[in-house]
Design a protein around this ligand. Structure first.
Ligand code: M6R
Length: 352
């Protein structure tokens, strides 16, 4: 049942500390500062990683590809429906990773099949044990988020990000006590967001807007895209995610006092450059909601703040996304939408 929550989606958002704990179980090695993934023990280290995924899983893949690149491994995320293994160069060091919660998404399975056909090594990162993706690849890594009933991916996305962050560390033999400690602290950090979030009251202020724009840079860019997708699915309203630096190359024409801009501002990485973007949109009258771990630096420059606890630089997007989920949920709730089963959508898309 919904354990007292009005919707499964809200229940699943609140289940995230547990989902992440399950995803982590046994994998971080605090004494070595390393990650061990049982399913992947003797997997050779890739020299290149290609991800193929759809929707929310594609956003997790964009995040993961960036983590691999930061650790010196060439990595690209492809939309599975656009992935053409025959047209993408593959060599013996290439690993093709299908990221799919359900393990049954037709576009992703097709991408994995073409990768198998050209002789690439393949891996599925999936939440469903024994799913088609798990069966049709050389190896499967399980996300272990538990079953998700809401059509919109919430706890499975958070857990995918955690699983992929671990994958990027394990397959590059990275060792960092700081990274491992921050990973293990994630469930508590997420819990503290769930306990104190002001997303509900901020959603009430901005419900009925013409559109919602999400902006982020670097590692937070995929989460800007995800915040917009979640808002579209749950609220049926116009929402877009942008790389902050791209706004001035066109999207700025859409910005008005009726279009709140939700800005992901991570103090450690990019407060100064994000403040530039914030100034640009405020000059057009748009209200700005900052999702940030650095409230002191942004407070006076924005209209509202959704704070997230400090964490390792690489995990800011994971925490910020929890606030975006809550914001989308409460806007949709205010509009009386069919939150657990949005119109026109299915949980698992088994046609191409
Ligand atoms: O099961 P998958 O992860 O392969 O599903 C991929 C997409 O269909 C899925 O993420 C979709 O975008 C969700 N409705 C997002 O909330």
């Amino acid at each position: 049942g919904k354990s007292g929550y009005e919707h499964y989606t809200l229940k699943e958002i609140h289940e995230q500390p547990r989902a992440v704990r399950q995803c982590l179980r046994g994998r971080p090695q605090p004494f070595e500062g390393s990650i061990s993934i049982e399913e992947l023990e003797d997997v050779p280290r890739p020299t290149e990683v290609q991800f193929a995924a759809c929707g929310t899983s594609y956003h997790a893949s964009l995040y993961a590809a960036r983590l691999f690149r930061e650790r010196g491994v060439r990595a690209t995320a492809f939309l599975a429906s656009e992935y053409d293994a025959a047209a993408v160069p593959i060599d013996e060091g290439t690993l093709v990773v299908g990221v799919t919660q359900s393990g049954e998404t037709a576009d992703t399975l097709r991408a994995l099949r073409t990768a198998n056909a050209v002789g690439a090594r393949t891996l599925a990162v999936t939440n469903v044990v024994g799913s088609s993706a798990a069966r049709e690849t050389d190896r499967a890594m399980y996300v272990r988020a538990g079953p998700e009933i809401g059509v919109a991916a919430t706890k499975t996305f958070t857990s995918q990000q955690v699983a992929l962050a671990m994958l990027s560390s394990a397959l590059t033999d990275d060792r960092s006590g700081e990274f491992v400690a921050a990973l293990r602290a994630l469930p508590d950090r997420i819990q503290s967001i769930l306990d104190d979030s002001r997303a509900r009251e901020i959603a009430a202020e901005y419900v009925g807007s013409d559109a919602y724009f999400f902006v982020g840079r670097g590692l937070a860019h995929p989460v800007a895209l995800e915040g917009a997708l979640k808002t579209k699915e749950l609220t049926y309203e116009h929402a877009e995610g942008f790389a902050a630096g791209e706004l001035k190359h066109g999207p700025l024409a859409l910005v008005t006092p009726e279009t709140p801009v939700i800005a992901l501002v991570s103090g450690r990485a990019n407060t100064e450059r994000m403040l530039g973007t914030i100034t640009e949109v405020r000059a057009r009258g748009a209200p700005v909601v900052a999702v940030t771990d650095d409230p002191e630096s942004v407070e006076r420059r924005v209209d509202r703040v959704l704070r997230v606890p400090e964490t390792h630089r690489r995990f800011f997007p994971i925490l910020a996304n929890v606030q975006l989920q809550l914001l989308a949920y409460w806007v949709a709730n205010g509009l009386g939408r069919s939150i657990d089963k949005p119109r026109n959508l299915a949980k698992s898309v088994t046609v191409e």
